[in-house]
Design a protein. Sequence first.
Lengths: 311, 249, 416
Amino acid sequence: MLQLITFSTLNGVLYGMLLFMMASGLTLIFSMMGVLNFAHASFYMIGAYFGFEISRRIGFWPGFIVAPLLVGVVGALIERYGLRRVHKFGHVAELLFTFGLAFVIEELVNMIWGKLPVDYRVPPSLDFVAFRLFDTTYPAYRMFMLATAIAMFAFLILVLKRTRVGLIIQASLTHPNMVAMLGHDVPTVFMAVFGVGAALAGLAGVIAGPALVTQPAMAALLGPILFVVIVVGGLGSLGGAFVASLLIGLVQTFAVAINGSLKDVMGPVATTIFGELGGVTLAQIAPLLPYLMLVLVLIFKPTGLFGNRES
Amino acid sequence: MSAALTLRDVRKNFGPTAIIRGLELEITQGERHAIIGPNGAGKSTMFHLISGRIGVTSGSIELKGQEITGLAPYEINRRGLSRSFQVTNIFPKLSVFENIRCGVLWSLGYKYSFWRFVDRLRDANERAEQVLDLIGLGARRETPAGILTYAEQRALEIGITIAGGADVIMLDEPTAGMSNTETEQAVALIRKVSEGRTLVMVEHDMSVVFGLADRISVLVYGQIIATGTPMEIRANKAVREAYLGEEAH
Amino acid sequence: MSETIRTTIAFALFAIALALAPVVFPSGLALTMMSLMGVMIIFALSYNMLLGQTGLLSFGHAVYYGLGGFCAAHAMNYVARNKLGVPLPAIPIVGAVAGLFFGALLGAVSTRRAGTVFSMISLGIGELVAAFAGIQRSFFGGEDGIATNRVKLAPFFGYKFGPQIQVYYLIAFWCFVCVALMYMLTRTPFGRMCNAVRDNPERAEFVGYSTQRVRFQAFMLSAMFAGVAGALAAINFELMNSQAIGAGTSGQVLLMTFVGGIGHFFGPILGAMLITFLQISLSDITKAWMLYFGLLFILVVMFAPGGIAGFLSIHQPLLRNGRIFKLAPSYLMASVPLVALVLGMIALIEMAHHMLVEAASDGAKMRLFGLAFDGASPLPWLVAAALFFGGAFGLKLVWPRIDEAWAVAQAEGKKA
């Protein structure tokens, strides 16, 4: 039991940190530009594929550096030549644009790399056992992912707290309409924020690709969860996104690990009361939980756990 | 005369800041009552509180003797209070006529009806036509409201407000941003539409206020410091010091 | 001509078109396609009751389509098993009731808010129901779905609805009924208040209307029509699976409605027909049709937010006073680089796909636009790139002329 709790906590935190790498960018983009970027998980996917492509040609480490930068450039270009054009039509048009973009990126990946998962491997330099606890091993690569996520988190805090750009961003989080009045070149700031957000998602993709599965459906699987994170945490709240990321990471990991059903707890009575649902395991319900949280939060506290904005 | 609107110790705080600090006001049925006061005194907030757009922190508001504190805007509207907005607040994609008709529908009892055609509702259409004539936008009948001129939109704003036949009408700065001739037309329009009803009006233009209002209340820093006829207000020393002195340039 | 007469004529023409379509296009493929179009027209119009009429952007509309379809499939099986005297044409009513029921149930939670929060709740509920469908097997049938057999129901005036042509007329009948009803809804006090709530929810509250109630009612009615569409889909395919309920279907109805144009009543009809046509005719030719579909959508969002219907209606006054001919030369001039651009893009995408994914097993030889060539040689790539970039450059060159001609024609249109 202790073993299960330890490893589930580790994995849950890891998954949560991965989510936060994307949710932080998504939150920044939303706070500053008012755009709920449907294509954010697509940048994560592109990151994984770029990382794969570079790692099989040159090596994992160059990919680790270059792929997120490339994704950032792609993101900035999309903002400059796509999103900015749509901006004048309003938020619905922007939302639809990113929705279409997610669709197109998935199909492009389908066309270029095929529908099957690609063989994106953990680099040999990180392919060893980090530690052994209660007869279970924990791979070093996972520790590396965790370290990367924490490093990125530290970097983000540093930028936000210590730099001028960070101050502008913070100001925009609390006063979304004020940025333009500060006299900054708003379009360039938007492009930069969109690019950096995309790069962060790309980085998450590069490191998650080898551990999870790099496939064209990975964006569609993760995208809605990201929305859950930023809505549950509170739109525009970085701290909220952080808590919600960990919360959802842990809930999902534990639900899968515990793997019991109502029948296991209540005995055969469960089937008579709940029908076939009595035999459904917690692991089967796991994918449902984030959305249940989303709907409940939106109904009872539409500003999210830590937010103060509704839209 | 009975009271159309009664405010008793109405307070509103935004966070730690008290914006409205104990409003006491009684507006008599059938009068034209203007609210004046310096910027930031809380005039618009007061309108929002009465019309239910924002909730009060404490105190009570009565409309024709009925408690309306805490009701939603649509419930207050159904009880016979209608308001306009300082920032033009119309249905931009609908035609001018549709805008007015939207203001008419509820008062004639059509509610959420989805089994009769709106074009066949003779009473609603006639009423909308009358209002359209009244506000002088007959020629712009089919124009989408969003592309009207500013003065026309202000007139439409008043038109939507009176369309439902509410007997208490609140106008928030109806002549703001208008030229002199436009203001004159607007004043004539307000005079026409407020006949036989109670009018509450926030206005910055003192010539409009003193020409139109039967009584005036002066709101300064979230409190009403004086209420009276235009003559009384002009003569009131406290008002001159607090407000008119600076404005009468 | 009065509006009523014009509307009557339009609907008469619509009925005639529905009736004669199988005579003009009698092939099996055309019948399949037109049947599906009928279903999608209802679905897209029901979606536009939310997006276009009430201003609610939903990412989970397939829930009501899918649930309507599943309920209809179960109802058909139940009727067949118990030999009840219910004929097939009555089944869409089951879909309507199911849609209305679930619309009321889930709408009560989702329509409490508008704007982005509504969109997110609809997304959440959509994912929730889709995930639930994966767990609850007896109702949703797991991976296989729920199969049904429309011929097993009681005959309707001797018709058993085995042949596709009979199914087509059944769908066409319901399509006409639903389109007419949905059109009528837009002409009621409720329909007008939907528009008012879309334009300015705050003001709607101050003329006596609860925006929440308006949204809720719109949501329920929209779900009801989506349920009819789902039931017709169940009848048409004799199969419902959980795909019909998922995010893919929700996205598809959003795309077709928007491409058709959300600002006009007939827009979603055009969108549903076009997208269904592309879907069926392109999916055999290319594996990338979804990509083209997505690109088309993005282009519409970027350059023609009014969709096809918006584009047409801008030209209507010009057509009436004959000014459209002033535009023709400019349009003709623009069409050359545009075609080059599109051909170049398609060639690049198809060749890239072939070389990256299929060349490993099938070799570099490929066919495109009826031409056979070697995808590994540089020449076709050069040609494709030249078409693409030449087209883009050419379009940029002629664009000012189009803008100009357009402005002139429009100014004259206003004068007339």
